[in-house]
Design a protein around this ligand. Structure first.
Ligand code: M6R
Length: 334
């Protein structure tokens, strides 16, 4: 029987197209901000981290990201002419509302909520709201709601800077091609009996390494850590032993990047079972989760798909309850 999670993953090409077709002209009423603050938890936080790269790259403006679940000893700074974006697929996550309790009325005056539901507490709090067109997501693990958030955030970044966005027109097709080309079964079988794994991604792919790790923990119960490749060399590499699964999300053209290759070679030398999320095959990899070659800005949206599929396949082969993992609920409202 097919799981809801798999259904949600397979719906993503169609939902991506819905996101692309969405009219975001309501955003014209937002004053052109001098800075952005994004606040979110879990997968939505990872989407915010990707948006930080997009906004800074596309607008050149300061973009701050807050993990609303970790605001102890921290406050959201008061910034003039700032756009505060609250991201939450459920629109009900209690940590978000706790985090904004202390913000001033001035800070509240320009607030954008992005959520996958209608009529939520997020709508009451925010001055503007966009609903992601993902439809109801029944599986606990966020997949289609996550990619919808990403696409709308990218559109937002592009529209603020009036950047021509024709390169995103083929996104839906690229997600389809990724689903088609990704063969996860053998890799899942090889990882099945392991209790730990590492997912590596540099730059804009770093939040995707975190998101892939979250999917892995939630659905397979494998203790998975996301890191940048560079950071992993500064100590964590000590945990690598023969057969240790490492998934490396690499940028297109990585094989011409001597620094990246040198780091991957070190992992191999210590015995890592190395899986690439890559548009190129390369001898360094034991296996590849093949993705189409894409524009660098679209890469995070594409690269998360194989990680969702792999997490799903491992959970399936482990015989787990994929849609309702232990200890979890769809949203944390208290
Ligand atoms: O509804 P929200 O987006 O506010 O939820 C935030 C997190 O609780 C949520 O993303 C959680 O991490 C998911 N189970 C991820 O798959």
């Amino acid at each position: 029987m097919s799981s809801e999670m798999l259904k949600n993953i397979l719906e993503q090409p169609e939902i991506a197209q819905r996101c692309l077709d969405m009219d975001l002209s309501l955003l014209e009423s937002l004053k052109n901000p001098d800075s952005f603050q994004l606040l979110a938890c879990g997968s939505s936080y990872h989407a915010a981290l990707v948006a930080q790269f997009w906004f800074e790259h596309l607008t050149g403006k300061l973009t701050m990201v807050f993990d609303a679940a970790n605001m102890v000893d921290r406050q959201i700074r008061q910034e003039k002419n700032n756009l505060l974006i609250l991201l939450s697929q459920s629109g009900t996550t209690a940590d978000i509302f706790k985090a904004v309790e202390s913000i001033s009325p001035a800070q509240k005056s320009q607030t954008l909520g992005i959520t996958n539901r209608s009529n939520t507490p997020l709508h009451k709090f925010c001055t503007q709201t966009i609903q992601t067109p993902a439809g109801e997501e029944l599986a606990v693990a966020a997949t289609k709601s996550f990619t919808s958030q990403l696409i709308l955030l990218l559109k937002l970044g592009l529209s603020i800077n009036s950047v021509k966005d024709s390169f995103i027109e083929s996104l839906s097709e690229q997600i389809s091609d990724t689903i088609e080309s990704c063969k996860t079964s053998i890799i899942a079988t090889n990882i099945l009996s392991k209790n730990r794994l590492i997912i590596l991604g540099d730059g804009i792919n770093y939040p995707i390494a975190l998101e892939g790790s979250l999917k892995m923990k939630e659905t397979t119960y494998i203790s998975s850590e996301g890191s940048s490749l560079g950071t992993f060399m500064h100590g964590p590499i000590a945990i690598i032993e023969p057969g240790f699964p490492v998934i490396a999300i690499v940028k297109k053209g990585f094989s011409k990047n001597a620094e990246t290759l040198k780091k991957l070679e070190r992992l191999k030398a210590y015995g890592a079972y190395l899986v690439g999320v890559s548009s190129e095959t390369h001898d360094i990899f034991d296996q590849v989760l093949q993705v189409p070659e894409t524009n660098d800005l679209l890469a995070p949206i594409i690269n998360v798909i194989p990680l969702q599929l792999l997490a799903h396949e491992i959970a399936k082969q482990r015989g787990l309850d994929i849609d309702r993992p232990r200890n979890l609920t769809k949203s944390i409202d208290q």
